[in-house]
Ligand binder design. Structure first.
Ligand SMILES: C[S@@+](CC[C@H](N)C(=O)[O-])C[C@H]1O[C@@H](n2cnc3c(N)ncnc32)[C@H](O)[C@@H]1O
Length: 228
């Protein structure tokens, strides 16, 4: 259980939502995990995820943005259950629009900071975790806000099964540096490091990645396994 106060530095709201997006947000409650926020679950009791997983492996996407990769994974891996965590309301609305158009039943959302979710996920419950194009925080004095820092990584590691896969995609060379420095000491082995075109076989390129490519930034794809 944690009572620590956490700062979230990213954006929660963007451009004014279109009427259709506001409508999609009406589906959010039904898609959201119960008992994640400290207000709803002050004792931080671990979630019972059996209804979602139904015996299937559990995956997590951290910061799914517009949800393109998350939705693709849920559709293409019906044999797993996936949670997506993302506080940015406009992105959540985009994902809900996709779900409205083609229902998926193996997906649940946490519309907030992934650290609140980590608090209440059972230990060693995750078989795979995706961190795609995390916020780069380019200024050196902001590097400690990055996901690949000891506070985030200790929580992540404790919720992953031994041998579970952690995928990181980024277009920022200094983010690669910090990932290679910080992730192994948090309890992971580096398995593979790839560049342009060397992504995972079930990868789905998001709008964020397409923009990076148009602007001449190259992707890096890193795969780690949780020690154990
Ligand atoms: C640069 S965007 C990339 C979005 C998406 N993964 C993609 O590849 O298109 C990074 C996302 O991470 C989300 N994010 C940042 N910190 C987060 C946190 N603590 N918990 C959950 N999501 C977070 C941001 O809101 C943002 O949408």
């Amino acid at each position: 259980m944690t009572t620590e106060r956490r700062n979230f530095y990213g954006r929660i709201h963007g451009k004014t939502l279109r009427a259709s997006q506001r409508d999609y947000l009406g589906d959010l409650e039904a898609m959201s995990l119960r008992g994640v926020s400290p207000a709803e679950n002050p004792a931080r009791t671990p979630l019972d995820l059996t209804g979602l997983t139904q015996g299937r492996p559990l995956w997590l996407e951290v910061g799914f943005g517009g949800g393109e990769h998350l939705f693709h994974m849920a559709q293409n891996h019906p044999d797993v259950a996936i949670i997506g965590a993302e506080p940015f309301v406009n992105g959540i609305a985009m994902l809900l629009g996709k779900i409205r158009a083609a229902a998926v039943t193996n997906l649940a959302l946490h519309p907030g900071d992934v650290r609140d979710l980590f608090d209440v996920l059972p230990a060693q419950s995750l078989s795979k975790v995706f961190l795609n194009y995390p916020d780069p925080w380019p200024k050196a004095r902001h590097h400690r806000r990055r996901f690949v820092t000891p506070g985030y990584l200790a929580l992540l590691a404790s919720r992953m099964k031994p041998g579970a896969e952690f995928r990181v995609a980024t277009d920022i060379p200094d983010y690669v540096r910090q990932t290679l420095e910080e992730v192994p000491p948090a309890g992971f082995d580096l398995i593979h490091q790839g560049g342009l075109g060397e992504h995972w076989s079930d990868w789905f390129s998001t709008r964020y990645e397409q923009k990076a490519l148009r602007e001449g930034r190259l992707p890096h794809y890193l795969t780690f396994h949780r020690k154990g």
